[in-house]
Design a protein around this ligand. Structure first.
Ligand SMILES: [Fe+2]
Ligand SMILES: [Fe+2]
Length: 198
């Protein structure tokens, strides 16, 4: 499997979480309080699968290699993606900080959760489109076979050493069950969504 295909497949998983997050906030605003368990699960998937693992592969490996190959660290498409990862972290912190009170029915906390969730969903949907549509096709042209091999190895290390064997699959399981609960379509999740590339 191609290198950027691994990351694009992970985008399909992240998009399901974004759809779930929309449904979680919709439900919360109609009943006046947040479902704490679902919100905590969604935030955990975002922090671990999307940020630590997926953004980790992008920032520490793919983007770093693209910069080494001459793409600018700041100002260009790589710089823009890094800025958006940071903006995403701020939205996730806003959600996490308001979960407990929003689940208790505090209107201000629920509004804070909703605003941050909407901000995150909008940001990430557009971010994923830019990576799939612009940055990854650029990377496919810039990276030679040797670069691809090295990055593939680095991705495997992220999965096995940094995340722990089975973690990727565990999180896909959480996403699928959350999607079932909120009637979110999961057909775009690839059966090869294991980031190890086997
Ligand atoms: Fe990204
Ligand atoms: Fe990405």
């Amino acid at each position: 499997m191609g290198l950027t295909k691994i990351l694009s497949d992970e985008h399909r998983v992240i998009e399901v979480v974004l759809d779930c997050l929309d449904k979680i906030t919709e439900e919360a605003n109609s009943v006046g309080k947040l479902n704490e368990e679902s919100a905590v699960q969604a935030i955990d998937v975002i922090r671990t699968f999307a940020d630590k693992c997926h953004h980790g592969k992008e920032e520490n490996h793919l983007f770093a290699t693209l910069v080494k190959k001459g793409m600018p660290q700041e100002g260009g498409p790589v710089g823009q993606m890094l800025v958006e990862h940071e903006q995403g972290r701020a939205f996730v912190k806003g959600m996490a900080d308001s979960v407990v009170e929003a689940a208790a029915g505090n209107a201000d906390a629920l509004s804070k959760f909703t605003q941050n969730a909407h901000g995150y969903v909008q940001l990430l949907r557009a971010h994923i489109q830019k990576e799939d549509g612009v940055l990854f096709p650029m990377a496919d042209k810039v990276l030679n076979e040797e670069d691809q091999k090295e990055l593939m190895k680095a991705f495997e290390v992220v999965e096995s050493d940094h995340m722990g064997a089975g973690t990727h699959e565990k999180y896909i399981g959480i996403v699928v069950s959350l999607a079932k609960q909120y009637r979110v379509e999961t057909s775009h999740i690839s059966s090869h969504s294991c980031g190890c590339g086997h």
